[in-house]
Design a protein around this ligand. Structure first.
Ligand code: YXS
Length: 259
């Protein structure tokens, strides 16, 4: 059974993450179902996509499935990782994607929300970046994505503290496009989606790709790339990496040694 529900009305496609038991974790099944839904809605000529959780969700998505993180010694976020795949697909989609956020957003799900083109949330839409909580190094494309959207200082605070960035602060910082009340979230989102759906899809497609290309135009020398990879290996080869995952699975607080 699919972990997502899809709807199409007035050229507005909706993808509903629908796995309440596991708080919409972005495991391979959820991601495959999301990719399929994106593809189907594009084929059915949707003009804009709304990505949301099931109604009343306290958690929009709990992020990467920790049970699917590899054992120590292997890159936890390789290019073909399900989370990385859905991030690239949303960013590369020719359709504008609106993240309609009700409930907490955790770890890689923050990157998913930020990969959408417009973010609309309620006061429950806190964003919590968790790599340091489970000793994961994150990765270059993700870190650049955060820096590009919120600047270095806020990105550092999110990654270092693993504390929630409240929806109010996210809106003040321009990370959330709109902060609305829970009872107007749906109508506000679909009204904006409707105004987008009325505009030229070709022009929007071309402008979205230009913005993506220009925003991601970072010259990275081979030396810089290799240094980044070496730094990340220090973490995912570490005892702390295994401890972070085992602590989550064992439902206990991790004890980090810094090695
Ligand atoms: O014990 P059962 O089988 O009922 O399953 C529980 C949780 O284990 C499961 N679950 C998860 N399983 C795998 N990976 C997850 N990320 C994950 N999150 C939750 O869902 C069932 C219900 O969870 P429970 O009882 O904790 O729900 P709650 O409502 O009390 O609390 C909701 C959360 C989201 C506050 C809590 O589940 C939580 O703190 N989850 C972990 C959030 C997190 O750290 N996500 C980051 C994952 S790692 C990641 O995204 C990247 C690799 S990185 O870290 O680099 O950004």
């Amino acid at each position: 059974m699919s972990m997502v529900l899809t709807q199409l009305r007035d050229n507005i496609g909706t993808i509903i993450m629908n796995n309440p038991e596991q708080r919409n974790v972005l495991n391979s099944k959820m991601v495959n179902d999301m990719l399929q839904a994106l593809d189907e809605l594009a084929k059915k000529k949707a003009r804009v996509i709304v990505l949301r959780a099931y109604a009343g969700a306290k958690v929009w998505s709990a992020g990467h499935d920790i049970n699917e993180l590899p054992v120590a010694g292997r890159d936890p976020l390789p290019y073909d990782d399900p989370l990385e795949t859905i991030l690239r697909s949303i960013q590369a989609s020719s359709l504008p994607v609106i993240a309609m956020i009700e409930g907490g957003v955790w770890g890689g799900a923050c990157d998913l929300a930020l990969s959408c083109d417009i973010l609309i949330g309620t006061s429950s839409a806190a964003l919590t970046m968790t790599p340091a909580k489970i000793s994961v190094p994150y990765n270059a494309s993700g870190i650049l994505h955060f820096i590009g959207i919120m600047g270095v200082n806020i990105a550092k605070e999110m990654f270092f503290s693993a504390e929630p960035l409240t929806a109010e602060r996210a809106e003040k910082l321009g990370i959330l496009n709109h902060l609305v009340s829970a009872d107007e979230l749906e109508s506000f989102t679909y009204e904006l989606a409707g105004s987008i759906a009325k505009n030229s899809p070709l022009s929007i497609k071309v402008i979205k790709e230009q913005i993506c290309l220009l925003a991601n135009a970072h010259p990275l020398t081979p030396h810089t790339f290799e240094r980044v990879q070496g730094l990340r290996r220090l973490v995912y080869d570490s005892k702390d990496y295994a401890e972070g995952i085992n602590a989550f699975i064992g439902k206990r607080l991790p004890v980090f040694w810094g090695e």
